[in-house]
Design a binder for this molecule. Structure first.
Ligand code: ZN
Length: 171
């Protein structure tokens, strides 16, 4: 098994604490990404989607979030989400170009790639105004913060999957 951490970053203008609407471990937040088969190298055409509240029983024991057969070689693989390791992207991190860890995916038989930003995000302005339904399907988000009397914006969002060792404290 290999654990992949999904890291996110982006430019936050007058915003901070960018994360899924229900927090970093939002049970309803849907993650969209592609899967590369470790056996034959085939990459799925469409993004697959997983969320914490959608689980499937594994044949032996425990549960997983996705069981999928590779369309090409028919080998079966699983993706299991491991919550409790994420943190919101802060304004400071964004300014220094840092990434925030969001979610760990225990992938067997597949490598995750090409995370797609969609809807269901939230952030708050530096003055504390909450923006709770941010949709990044189009790439950017722009609004006006009445309280802070300034424009707020999220742009240049990017993500990467990195292999992590969960026995280490700082991911
Ligand atoms: Zn395959």
């Amino acid at each position: 098994m290999v654990n992949y951490m999904l890291y996110i970053s982006g430019e936050l203008e007058n915003l901070t604490n960018f994360q899924p609407r229900g927090g970093v471990d939002d049970p309803d937040f849907t993650y969209y990404f592609k899967l590369k088969c470790e056996n034959c190298g085939e990459v799925t055409e469409k993004e697959t989607c997983v969320s914490l509240n959608e689980t499937l029983p594994l044949p032996k024991k425990g549960t997983t979030n996705l069981i999928q057969k590779c369309k090409f070689c028919k080998r079966e693989g699983t993706v299991t989400m491991i919550p409790g390791r994420g943190s919101p992207l802060t304004n400071d991190s964004s300014e220094t170009g840092k990434y925030a860890p969001l979610m760990v995916f225990d992938c067997r038989g597949y490598e995750p790639l090409d995370f797609a930003f969609s809807s269901g995000w939230k952030a708050e302005s530096m003055e504390g105004t909450k923006f709770e339904d941010i949709d990044l399907s189009g790439g950017d988000f722009a609004e006006y913060d009445e309280k802070g009397e300034c424009p707020v914006m999220i742009s240049n969002v990017r993500a990467m999957f990195k292999v992590v060792d969960l026995s280490k404290k700082n991911l």
